[in-house]
Structures are given as C-alpha cells and as structure tokens.
Design a protein around this ligand. Structure first.
Ligand code: G16
Ligand code: MG
Length: 209
C-alpha cells in the first residue's frame, strides 16, 4: 500500500510550463530562431542546462560553456519575472484539495522536481507547508529520467520506493519514477505519455471517490 506521495511541480501542481516556454522562446528569438510547442514538450521535466542544449541544437547554434551559462541565466531571469507574479492559490485544479486530503489521511508528502526555483514557487503559491520533504534541482545531480530525484524523496521520507506514488506530467519524469520502482500516475490523458500505471487529466480525478 502507498504511504508516501511524491509530486512533480511544473505541470502537476502549478502551471509554470507556459512561463518556461515563453522565456525559452524569448531567448531563442533573441538568437534569431524559433521553436514549436511540440518541441517544447521535450523540455518538460528536463533540467535548465539540458533544455538549453536541446534548444541551441534546434537552432543549429553552438556556444561555449561560459556563453551557455549566461544564456541560461538570462532565460531564468525572464522566467522569474513571470514566477514573481504568482500568488497564493495559483495552483492547478485539485492541487490544494488533494494535498489537504493526503495530509488529513496521514500520507507523507514530498516534492520531486527538476527545478532550481521550486522552493520559491511553493512559497509564492502558498503550498510549501504541505511538504515533509523537498527534493529539487539544487539537490539532485542526475536529472530525470534518472531516478535520483524520486529515490532521494523516498529516502528522506523514510519510506520504501515500492510504497511511493509519483504524480508526473512529463515523459522524463514517468521514466524516472518507473526506474525508481514506484507507482506512477501520469497527468495528461491525450498527451502521448507512456509507461505510467494510469493516466488522468487533472488532480481532481483523484478526488472524485
Ligand atoms: C521543471 C520543468 C522544466 C524545467 C526544469 C528546470 O521540472 O518541467 O521545463 O527546465 O524544471 O527548472 P528551473 O530552470 O526552474 O531550474 P519539474 O520537474 O518541476 O516538472
Ligand atoms: Mg513536470
């Protein structure tokens, strides 16, 4: 039976994917090219620096490590301008209700995100206190689809991997959760996600019964 629930952040609890897309698009445009929403799907759950590598490859542009660092910083500052407008309650449908219900039923709750801005986002949207453990892009070295982020979450919760449920919206995240030996619910029924134990459209679907 499930004892711990590990939430992905972007696309599961908050709708920051659109902010990532806008900031990356602005960066690509400043370099003289564009990329599509379909390509953007491949950036979900993927670390900042890996995302930049993919985008530069799409634009056929090569940059030194130092230049890449500056570009990633530029994107992040545009991204943070958008995040800093978020307010308490700016969460995806069902998120606060599900977190509340899990807390009331004594499940342990962790965050398993690739983002280095995770804590700021949890604080701005007013949900940080639900979390027993936060594992994010600052604590993890191997990004999703590597299982590290979720294994660290389970370990910090002191719960066996096999007793953890992961909620994920990205293919890289579903692959990471499966590699960690966890049960995984994918968010996005028509998104082409594969390998999850089941797919739902939003967190409300977990509250219906
Ligand atoms: C999120 C997003 C990714 C983003 C990554 C790193 O992952 O899905 O698009 O590139 O975090 O974010 P940051 O630039 O803020 O460190 P997750 O795991 O929360 O879905
Ligand atoms: Mg996500």
């Amino acid at each position: 039976t499930v004892k711990g629930v590990i939430f992905d952040l972007d696309g599961v609890l908050v709708d920051t994917a659109i902010f990532h897309f806008q900031a990356w698009k602005q960066l690509a445009n400043s370099l003289g090219f564009d990329f599509t929403e379909k390509q953007n799907e491949q950036l979900k759950g993927v670390s900042r620096i890996r995302s930049l590598e993919l985008i530069l490859a799409w634009g056929g542009i090569s940059k030194t490590a130092r230049e890449q660092e500056l570009l990633a910083n530029q994107k992040n500052s545009w991204y943070l301008d958008l995040v800093n407008k978020m307010k308490p309650g700016d969460t995806l449908p069902g998120a606060i209700e599900l977190l509340t219900c899990l807390k009331e039923n004594n499940y342990k709750i962790a965050l398993g995100s690739a983002s280095k801005n995770a804590l700021l986002i949890l604080e701005r949207t007013g949900i940080v206190n639900f979390f027993d453990v936060i594992v994010d892009g600052n604590t993890v070295t191997a990004s999703k689809p590597a299982p590290e982020v979720f294994l660290k979450g389970a370990k910090s919760l002191n719960i066996d991997s096999a007793k953890c449920l992961v909620l994920e919206d990205a293919q890289a995240g579903i692959d990471a959760a499966r590699a960690a030996g966890m049960y995984v619910i994918g968010i996005g029924k028509y998104s082409g996600l594969t390998g999850a134990n089941c797919l739902i459209n939003n967190l409300n679907e977990l509250l219906e019964d």
